[in-house]
Design a protein around this ligand. Structure first.
Ligand SMILES: Cc1cc2nc3c(=O)[nH]c(=O)nc-3n(C[C@H](O)[C@H](O)[C@H](O)COP(=O)(O)OP(=O)(O)OC[C@H]3O[C@@H](n4cnc5c(N)ncnc54)[C@H](O)[C@@H]3O)c2cc1C
Length: 325
């Protein structure tokens, strides 16, 4: 019985959420008196596997095959099914990325098992794992227990676990060569593209300044952009700002936008509707500027400034610029 964190890489670059998943696997394994291992799939991934060998893990599985060079759901689920059949882990954890959303249901179904998606936390009750996930756009938290024997599957939401809590150690690397043939793969990946040329990956941003309807006019966004620039932060927005076309959709945070987990999320003139909170409450530190002391954003803010953003933001820009001098 063991827990395996299946990590995501693309062209040799880790997905940041991979290390959150690895930290979760370590924590859950420790609490269940179990072992945690890691698996990475791809072609030419020995350097990545070696990087994992410096973590506190029972084993690192480097699943190597030239047909895993480019992601396809067929090859990934086939390779992982073989790993599961050979190593018989009790639980496999994945980061809740777009790629995982694509292949995890297929993998779980191929083994006649269920996958719990979008997990935001866990606890141990009577020696058993209870996973917490959200329903109705974050309005309700539900507890989920696996009643069937493993292997069980779960994907973890961005920001639910902290990568900086990863425990270091040494782990042996086992290279696994799955049986995959070209005939198993029914799609041919073409060149990767982003939705638009200026697409931004807010999920990777460490600092985010986010603007809401409190900004009133599109021309005023420049003020918040100036604050973001001073802090070296990405600019994001609530949905009305993107719906109005004041910022591109790729900058929207929330249930119908991106889910982000920066070190700091600074919400400027955002009320903190549940659909917005769903996308940012995994942030390490939330700072809010809002003129309404009863705005829901203050319920999840670590630091709050009740005031008019048109007074507060210029003062903040000044303060940040002075600190940098
Ligand atoms: C199915 C569905 C999906 C949705 N998906 C998303 C989503 O992905 N992301 C998202 O953000 N929303 C989403 N929404 C919309 C969501 O319900 C809210 O309407 C939206 O988040 C509100 O945006 P806001 O906070 O910018 O605006 P408002 O709720 O209008 O809040 C503006 C805030 O600015 C403050 N303010 C005004 N003037 C100033 C000033 N001068 N100084 C300081 N503060 C000021 C006000 O006090 C207020 O709190 C969704 C809704 C639905 C139904």
């Amino acid at each position: 019985m063991s827990i395996v964190a299946v990590l995501e890489q693309r062209s040799g670059q880790w997905s940041r959420m991979s290390f959150e998943t690895l930290a979760a696997a370590q924590q859950i394994a420790k609490q269940l008196n179990d072992t945690a291992s890691a698996a990475v799939l791809g072609h030419g991934i020995s350097a990545l596997a070696q990087e994992l060998a410096s973590k506190q893990l029972a084993k690192v599985y480097a699943i190597e095959h030239e047909l895993l060079k480019d992601y396809t759901p067929d090859a990934y689920s086939l390779a992982l099914r073989q790993l599961v059949e050979q190593t018989k882990p009790s639980l496999l954890l994945f980061p809740h990325t777009y790629q995982v959303r694509d292949f995890l249901p297929k993998l779980a179904t191929s083994l006649n098992k269920v996958a719990v998606s979008d997990v935001v936390g866990h606890r141990i009750e009577n020696g058993k794992l209870v996973l917490v996930r959200q329903l109705f756009q974050g309005k309700v938290n539900v507890d989920m227990r696996f009643t069937a024997d493993g292997p069980n599957f779960a994907s973890l939401q961005a920001g639910a676990y902290r990568a900086d809590q990863l425990a270091a150690g040494t782990a042996p690397v086992e290279t696994v060569t799955p049986q995959i043939s070209a005939a198993d793969i029914r799609i041919r990946p073409l060149e990767l593209f982003r939705e638009s040329q200026r697409a931004v990956d807010l999920t990777a941003a460490e600092l985010i300044v986010s603007v809401g309807r409190g900004i009133k006019e599109p021309e005023n966004i420049a003020l918040v952009q100036k604050l973001a620039d001073a802090l070296g932060a990405e600019l994001a927005a609530s949905r009305p700002i993107c719906d109005a076309g004041w910022l591109p959709m790729e900058r929207q945070v929330g249930s119908s936008g991106q889910t982000v987990a920066p070190k700091m999320y600074l919400a400027v003139g955002i009320s903190g509707a549940i659909q917005h909170q769903v996308g940012m409450k995994g942030s390490r530190t939330v700072v809010a500027i809002n003129k309404d002391a009863n705005a829901p954003i203050f319920e999840i803010a670590d630091y709050g400034i009740v005031g008019d953003l048109f007074q507060v933001v210029p003062e903040l820009i000044d303060a940040v610029q002075k600190l940098k001098q």
